[in-house]
Design a protein around this ligand. Structure first.
Ligand SMILES: [Zn+2]
Ligand SMILES: [Zn+2]
Length: 292
């Protein structure tokens, strides 16, 4: 059942890591899954959703990026099998959900159905992410490099306002599409406003217009009963220094009663639990209408 059905049974903020990667998306490939699980348990987490990057269609993004970040079919099977083992090993101590960070692929919106249906009986959870927008020469990553964002989208579209407009519109499309799949997941959006990863370099001309577009997404998230990832990764980005979403959108989400789930977005076991207290304080402040 979706999380909404039994809100009283959900772990409080900071006891569920809803967005956690593994060595399967790391270049070194050294299996430290047990260290992830042990650290989660030691830090008092009661649930973790491993949300690894599954497969991504070829020919749409830079091939090196695709190979580095996304699994191939065989790797995906190995990932699911490994996490099934962890789920079993920690049963009763830590609820392990086996899942995916589902990428919305502009131009190929039903791509995720291939793996979501294949692993329907074995996986437990997924988040929905938008990492790419269409540029003049294919899909452009939003969160890899500010120079890439500038050359691929900001410059061609005539400014960051237009890029962000496209982000919010595409995100709405992604949510609608995923909802239409009629599956138990994804029902949680990852790192809302990841297009703002390098925000200090790309100031908006019209922040209020941008906010209105973001609120449309939050309204739809509320209507559908989805949740939001409050993602720690943004805190470590020098051009951002704040979680995704920011305090303003967090307050708007809280005012709408949208469930918020902590996400470390850890790729190494040492990153498990990162900035949890800071994010919990931001969530608490959002609930009182105060800026954190
Ligand atoms: Zn992501
Ligand atoms: Zn992630």
């Amino acid at each position: 059942m979706p999380d909404m059905a039994h809100p009283q049974a959900e772990p409080p903020f900071g006891r569920w890591d809803g967005h956690c990667h593994t060595h399967f998306s790391r270049r070194d490939g050294v299996d430290d899954t047990d260290a992830f699980a042990a650290r989660l348990h030691a830090l008092g987490f009661v649930r973790v959703s491993f949300t690894e990057h599954p497969t991504f269609p070829s020919g749409r993004i830079d091939e090196n990026l695709r190979r580095e970040v996304y699994l191939d079919e065989e790797g995906l099977e190995r990932y699911v099998r490994r996490m099934e083992g962890v789920r079993e090993a920690y049963r009763g101590r830590l609820e392990v959900r086996v899942g995916f960070e589902v990428d919305f692929v502009p131009g190929d919106p039903d791509w995720p159905l291939v793996y979501l249906e294949r692993y329907a009986g074995r996986a437990d959870d997924a988040t929905l992410s938008l990492h790419f927008l269409p540029g003049e020469d294919g899909l452009v990553p939003l969160d890899v490099d500010p120079d890439v964002l500038e050359a691929g989208l900001v410059h061609p579209l005539g400014g960051i306002d237009a890029v962000r407009r496209l982000y919010w519109e595409t995100l709405l499309e992604a949510v609608e599409r995923a909802n239409a799949w009629g599956l138990p997941y994804p029902r949680r959006l990852s790192h809302l406003d990841v297009v703002g990863k390098f925000r200090d370099r790309f100031p908006l001309a019209d922040p209020e217009a941008d906010r209105q577009l973001a609120l449309r997404v939050l309204d739809r998230v509320r209507e559908l009963g989805w949740a939001l990832d409050v993602n720690a990764k943004g805190v470590d980005v020098p051009l951002r220094r704040e979680a995704y979403p920011d305090a303003d959108l967090l307050a708007a989400a809280t005012a709408r009663g949208i469930p918020l789930v902590y996400g470390s977005d850890a790729h190494h076991s040492a990153e498990v639990g990162r900035h949890r207290d800071r994010l919990a304080a931001a969530v608490a402040a959002a609930g009182t209408g105060r800026a954190p």
